[in-house]
Ligand binder design. Sequence first.
Ligand code: ZN
Length: 510
Amino acid sequence: MSQPEDFPFQIEDIVQMLNLNIRRRMTNGVYVDCPFCGDNRGKMNVDYIKNVWRCNYCGECGGMLSLYAKLNGVNNSIAYRQICNAISNGYDISEHQIKKSKKDLKKVPQALLADNRVIHNTFSKLLTMLTLSEKHRNHLKEKRGLSDEQIKYLGYKSTPPFYNGRLLVDHLIANGCTVEGVPGFYKRNGKWTINFTSNTSGILLPVRGIDGLIHGFQIRLDMPIKNKNDVSDKEGTKYIWLSSSGKYMGTSSGSPVHFVGNPFSRTVYVTEGILKSDIAHCLMNRTFIAIPGANNTAKLDLLFAILAQNGTQLIIEAHDMDKYRNEQIEKGASKIFLISKKYGMECRRLIWNPNYKGIDDWQLALRQKQNMKKGENTNINVQQSSNQVKQCYRIYQLALDTGTVDFAFGGIKMLHKAGYEQPPADLYQLVYDGVLSCDNGDEKNKRLKQIFEKYQDELPDEYLGRSISPSDILELYDEEKREYYYVDKSGFYPVKFLPMLAKALNQSRK
Ligand SMILES: [Zn+2]
């Protein structure tokens, strides 16, 4: 095959030809919706200079021919022929447009990434010049459970007002810091500045390597970037990198991997998201790695090699609990498993109470519960045994050891969205059959709530399931009738359910 330069078309022609939905335009290319995994947040980067593409969500990637070839299920030479045919049959590749954009692209020189120590030095100095706003501090303390000391230790600061950028940079340079080749810095009108804008205000999160050096920053945005045309209920982009890629003498963040904790730890946890891993580290006192996306595992190879040498024996995958309904996260998790194995380390998956999505949410809830218990000890529970009756019940949960389920831990809406009018009993297993003591006058809803609360986090030994969560089925029964309820965040929905299709009580606790 000849080099892309010799081709009568460019990757942007293929983007046009395939009618990919462009979400953002960069100087070097575009971000489009991924036609492979169906992501509609523009996670696929198409590089117009290198003629390559990669989806940061599902991990699919390749050269310009493979973009067409993979989508159409043909090999590269057939792809080449078909694209040429399309062009000769009148598909307009608008010659002048390519030349123009090519010329524009090449006009923007990028700086080479500086040495790790240089980057660290500049970023450390920058942090000393910034403060953390009261609003951000309150969020971190009240919503995320961090203490003042922990915030200080993690080095979180607020992004400066955008108009201060140039002043800050002048000050850095006056202090002997190098800014060329440091992500985020670039030249405008002949002077160095930094890429803080009014749209990127938020909490600046230092991203550190296993060497303890700051390799970059992520910004937790005050105002998530939401696409106007996006009809889905997704929250939008909450985290971005500090980067100056595509700007004059700019530098890309390089999406570094974050490490927090002990570099010689026997056990290391892997999760997605810088802030999440920092919080989980503080609450659990364990060592964490944060990767930029569940499928973004490329940089783990080098890090795992170092860890294995340092004596790490166990890697624990701690991705959000929606991994049980998301094939892409599942795919990323199996990569973590393979890389661990490659370096002779064991890899396990961590599961927790599915009512909490992230490991940090779960740990925070556990801590709040403990604090509440301490306060409750003086309350003596007086049993009012006036009119007690027995209520028989069963609990069914999705059997997830064989793969993902579209609506796992999701509410009734998600069940319907997944295409089910009623919960498909064959995907469930019976995990418990028990009896509840309750007041005769208690309504069904109160009884269901009691059952729900009985199985949260501290699970009795004889109970073989997980904490009760959305997508579970609760059955209330007596000699005459059986009633089934689908657990949702907002309550319990009566459903039809065929228990004979569900798997029998599983003896191995999941
Ligand atoms: Zn994708």
